[in-house]
Write a protein of this length. Structure first.
Length: 190
């Protein structure tokens, strides 16, 4: 183990290996309350109260992620080079919460619990795409060639980060299409 540590230290000192960090994850849950003692009433409440709407459709839940980045650079031999990067990911989940579940039958509560597990699994898939976007930013930022101008380096870095975000936004659309917004994962309540 000492050899591995020493090897890393020597490589770092000799070649200036860039500073990597792990994405910092901030998760927030927001719930909208629904009430009912029958499946039909719960469905009606979700359709009415959910704020997850897109393309004329209403969805029971929604996850939004926002990746922010901060990189540092230094000048050496008249060129600016990125030396470190940090990313933060804010993840906001919007989910239904059955407030008076005690009024439902045991079978309905069991059905609801199964549905909520599947819905949460689907929404975690959205979160995972945000985390992957942040990790890709952290891994690819160091591939940017050193620049004579700090402004050009910053522009190149921000352009790269924005292109990665756009890529993962499209992957989210594909994910929802592939899973039919969670239906193929069991996130269906009727």
């Amino acid at each position: 183990m000492k050899f591995g540590y020493l090897t890393f230290l020597v490589l770092f000192l000799l070649f200036g290996i860039e500073s990597l960090s792990s994405p910092k994850l901030n998760e927030k849950y927001e719930y909208y309350n629904i009430y009912g003692d029958r499946a039909g009433k719960l469905r009606e409440e979700m359709d009415k109260k959910s704020s997850a709407r897109s393309g004329g459709q209403t969805y029971d839940a929604h996850t939004e992620w926002y990746v922010s980045w901060n990189f540092k650079y230094k000048k050496a031999n008249n060129f600016y080079k990125i030396t470190s990067i940090t990313t933060d990911i804010d993840i906001d989940y919007y989910m239904p919460r059955w407030k008076n579940s005690y009024r439902g039958s045991a079978e309905l509560r069991q059905r609801w619990d199964k549905y909520m597990r599947a819905l949460a699994e689907h929404e975690r898939g959205h979160k995972d795409l945000g985390v992957k976007a942040a990790r890709e930013i952290e891994s690819k930022i160091f591939r940017i060639k050193p620049q004579k101008s700090s402004n050009q380096l910053e522009k190149n870095a921000n352009d790269l980060c924005q292109s990665i975000i756009a890529k993962y936004n499209q992957l989210e659309v594909d994910y929802d299409f592939r899973t039919k917004h969670g239906e193929t994962q069991g996130a269906v309540f009727e």
